[in-house]
Write a protein that binds this ligand. Sequence first.
Ligand code: F6P
Length: 547
Amino acid sequence: MNAPLVSTTSAWQSLKALGARAPSLRSLFHDDAERFTRFSCEAAGVLLDYSKQRIDTATRDALLALARQQQVEARRDALLRGEPVNLTEGRAVLHTALRLPAGSHLMVGTQDAAADAAAVRARVAAFAESVRTGHWRGHRGRTMRHVINLGIGGSDLGPQMVQLALTPFAQSDLAFHFVSNVDGRHLADVLARIAAADEADRTLVIVASKTFTTLETMMNAHSARNWLLASGCPIDALEQHVVAVSTNVSAARAFGVAEQNVFPFWDWVGGRYSVWSAIGLAVVLAIGAPAFEAFLAGAHAMDQHFAQAPLERNLPVLLALIGIWNANFLGHGALSIAPYHQRLARLPAYLQQLEMESTGKRVTVDGQPVDYATCPVLFGEPGTNGQHAYFQLLHQGTQPVPVDFIAVVDDDCGLPGHNDALLANCFAQSQALAFGKTLDEVRAEGAPAAAWLAPHRTFPGDRPSNTLLLEALTPGTLGALLALYEHKVFVQATVWGINAFDQWGVELGKVLTKDVLGALHGDLGPALDGSTAGLIARVRERRGLGK
Ligand code: F6P
């Protein structure tokens, strides 16, 4: 028998009633001078200030009751134990095993996931060390200078985002290039720059693909290999230039990667949760194995907090419940991610995949359509850039969009004044969103030239935000921050009754691409709709191939 939808439960109905009379942020702050203390929480180097959410103690209690009703604690424990919680694919989900301390053991069936992860980590560390110290040489005997990571989705966004975020921790003079798109311009532009510097023989290509079947990555891998050969690399020296990271070791071997250069991971690591695995190879090459260990340790600290802290002080649980409150009871269908740190520029894209691919679902685990919202639309840019683009809508548009502001206290740019200006902008934005400006306040500032101009200058306020504050952006705090969002996603999926760990929604387009590609090449195949057929005909005409 199907489990009842969460929306039919008494905990959900109580929250609906609370949502209908949610207090304003002005009144919440007016009534409680201690609000910041009461509505903030800290763990593993991350402070979450959620006082600018339209939540009072009654709402928080009701949200926690919803979490308990949905058995968040028991399901969390099952996840961390390695039970097959990814039911549609019959898999355990154990990215947390990738960051267990050395010497840990965690059995998945007959496999010791923690021990196997540590063994691969040691291989990755040794390989990275040999490249970083210059022992690893290319076919002309020169050291490596360029690393090209070929991967897409989780095999791209994680290593790319983390490598950029941790730039100050990089001690090698390697240049990193992340190529994901099937659009050949992406790869061609990188290869052209390397060729112009006559450094093809100083190039290391990482083919990063969980499945080793993804169209984009395989096309890029073949093109990169051909380019290496064309630029003078003897075929038997390719192993000095191409390595692979995959769960599909046999396919990587069949592609021509030497056995010792394939770094494996396992099907219990989801693509968007894989930066902690050998998929993080580019990061290890950049910052070295000890700093990567610190990154894992930061994530592990958050894992432990998630596993042990009571729900009312549990950061991932609170972040998840705030999102549920906004999406399901205040009706907000989007979430803006605003990192006030230029090196976190790729964090919004990373979280887009983490959240939207995980909880962008419309049926429950047992296949029932839901009658409530699930994942909001995520988008974002680093602050302060977003302020000069889409923040106008956030302040005065018709649809309130909650924001996660992410800020870092310490300065490491060496340019006086910038960091305080950055922090001041960040805090001022959440203030303006929360409290707005009334007509009376506009008038009190001095009457505008004409009365009809005054409403243009008012701000409705009551636009909720979180502020996540890190003292410094280090491997450890970054690891903790990412683990926080991972667990947030799990808690939300648990409450919504959906599976966070599959992604069937990306499959249909992949299948149709094959038919369309055939039609572009003149193979008629299955009948196409009028729009698609018309577009294909236009391309063929332009190429002089007839319709
Ligand atoms: O198409 C979606 C997806 O499967 C993501 O979940 C994944 O991160 C990405 O493609 C890349 O997959 P792979 O690592 O197998 O090449």
